[in-house]
Design a protein around this ligand. Structure first.
Ligand code: B1M
Length: 209
């Protein structure tokens, strides 16, 4: 079995310590950090996600897998971040109100920091007013909004509307599993990205960097 399949296997065995150790082993064997994320960790998470959808596993099991993912991301972070260049722009990001999912957002943050952005993370369950206050306080060039539930897409729309007074000075990027380009256009966001790597590309494009 390849090391990436082993990582997926450790994820679906609910074993955070094993996931962490295998992630370290994969790095020491020269496996690329992005492959570890996409073909090991996210592959395992998607497998559990399907079981969660079908009521074959429940929230406590999913939380253990989320913990494993975070442990592995801590190991991978230094390999995704190059800290030796000047910060190029400030990026405020959060998961919308009533939504507690943060793994994808955290991955986006790691990639943004790796690409030289200063990131202000507002966390999860962020009301529109808090996004607006963060714009006032941190004066970012770009605001990222994440949502993982179809039921919280309305909050994404409300948040974009709430940020209207600042639209001359910020770009808005949206993402998360239920978000589509069509929805992004409909709510008048400036950009949409389907995954963490394209979030960086889209942010660079929106800011002309
Ligand atoms: Co939840 N959950 N969950 N969950 N959960 C999903 C999302 C679900 C698809 C599971 C399923 O049914 N198959 C389903 C949503 C269905 C829907 O609305 N369409 C669901 C549900 C229903 C729920 C609850 C309602 C369950 C319940 O209580 N009955 C509940 C809601 C709680 C709440 O938020 N109020 C709930 C709870 C939870 C846990 C707390 C147990 C846990 C979250 C832990 C945490 O995040 N700290 C959890 C998890 C882990 C999942 C699954 C299994 C995995 C999500 C994940 O982390 N994926 C998920 C099923 C699945 O996705 N396969 C599921 C890995 C991550 C790297 O991918 O987050 O998509 P993702 O992020 C990607 C892209 O989307 C994108 O880049 C990331 C990296 O490539 N991206 C952006 C994300 N944000 C972006 C922002 C950008 C750009 C790109 O720009 C700003």
């Amino acid at each position: 079995m390849s090391i990436l399949s082993e990582i997926k296997e450790a994820m679906i065995s609910y074993n955070p310590q094993w996931v962490k150790e295998l992630t370290e082993k994969a790095l020491s064997e020269g496996v690329d950090a992005h492959s570890i994320i996409n073909d090991g960790l996210i592959a395992g998470m998607n497998y559990i996600g399907a079981k969660f959808r079908d009521n074959e596993v429940y929230i406590p099991e999913v939380l253990v897998v989320a913990r494993a993912m975070h442990a592995a991301m801590d190991v991978l972070k230094p390999h995704l971040i190059k800290d030796d260049f000047k910060r190029k722009a400030t990026f405020v990001i959060g998961t919308v109100k009533q939504d507690l999912h943060d793994i994808g957002k955290n991955l986006v943050i790691i990639m943004l920091e790796g690409a030289g952005y200063k990131v202000v993370d507002l966390g999860v369950d962020v009301p529109p007013e808090k996004f607006a206050r963060a714009v006032e306080e941190h004066r970012p060039q770009i605001v990222g909004i994440s949502a993982l539930l179809t039921t919280t897409l309305g909050q994404m729309r409300t948040t974009v509307e709430h940020l209207k007074p600042y639209r001359d000075s910020i770009k808005i990027l949206v993402g998360g599993a239920p978000v589509t380009q069509r929805f992004a256009d409909e709510i008048n966001a400036d950009g949409y990205a389907p995954d963490a790597a394209s979030a960086v590309e889209k942010a660079n494009e929106l800011l002309g960097l």
